[in-house]
Design a protein around this ligand. Structure first.
Ligand SMILES: N[C@@H](CCC(=O)N[C@@H](CS)C(=O)NCC(=O)O)C(=O)O
Length: 204
């Protein structure tokens, strides 16, 4: 399998899933912001040219970080909760995050794609972060970690939140305003596979 990714991007979480599933893969580094010699191959596989993009052994192309996590999840013990009530929460937030929080980066990362005026671009970026804070607040209100987000084992949701919470509005805001989530994230980041991949993606 071939994973198109870039340090600090959504590919981080897919690397964790690939490694926990013992799935060998080739990491191909490139992105919109790092248009190196691999960028054309990324564009060919995914005309959106976004990372992560995963090309399976049979040539099937996958986009969407959450879809990739779910694709490998049934090969990783405990990665999807077995209790039906927890599973309902799991799927809810696994889709809520890309649909809402991650989607805001499409606006905030490159506001010039949306509006021409530079001042308006700055306002748009700020508004996208305000929205993200609101979305984080909803998750914080709804989950009661014990000690992981959905109980005693680390699920795909823990790893996903551990990654997305590294991005805007940033860890300082997250730790202060989402203390329950932050406690579970701290635990997840001690997992040896997560810690190794995080070091490569986010530094120490
Ligand atoms: N919905 C996609 C979003 C992927 C995405 O936006 N990736 C960012 C990097 S973290 C990207 O490649 N952005 C480049 C661009 O917007 O052109 C997912 O969940 O995988």
């Amino acid at each position: 399998m071939k994973l198109f990714g870039s340090p600090g991007c959504g590919s981080a979480v897919v690397e964790v899933a690939l490694q926990l599933a013992n799935q060998p893969y080739e990491y191909v580094q490139t992105s919109f912001w790092d248009q190196n010699e691999n960028f054309d191959a990324l564009k060919k596989a995914n005309p959106q040219a976004k990372v992560p993009t995963l090309v399976l052994d049979d040539g099937t192309v996958m986009t969407e970080s959450a879809a990739m996590l779910l694709y490998f999840a049934d090969r990783i013990p405990g990665f999807i909760p077995s209790d039906p009530a927890k599973r309902a929460q799991f799927y809810r937030w696994m889709l809520f995050i890309p649909a809402n929080i991650y989607a805001m980066f499409d606006i905030g990362d490159e506001p010039s794609r949306w509006v021409d005026d530079e001042k308006t671009q700055q306002v748009l970026k700020e508004k996208s972060v305000e929205k993200q804070k609101f979305f984080w607040g909803l998750i914080e209100e709804n989950l009661l970690p014990a000690p992981y987000l959905l109980g005693s084992s680390m699920t795909a949701l823990d790893v996903y939140i551990a990654m997305v919470s590294r991005w805007r509005p940033g860890r300082a805001w997250f730790n202060e305003n989402c203390p329950k989530l932050a406690a579970a994230v701290a635990l997840t980041e001690h997992h040896p596979v997560v810690a190794t991949i995080w070091e490569k993606n986010f530094g120490k």
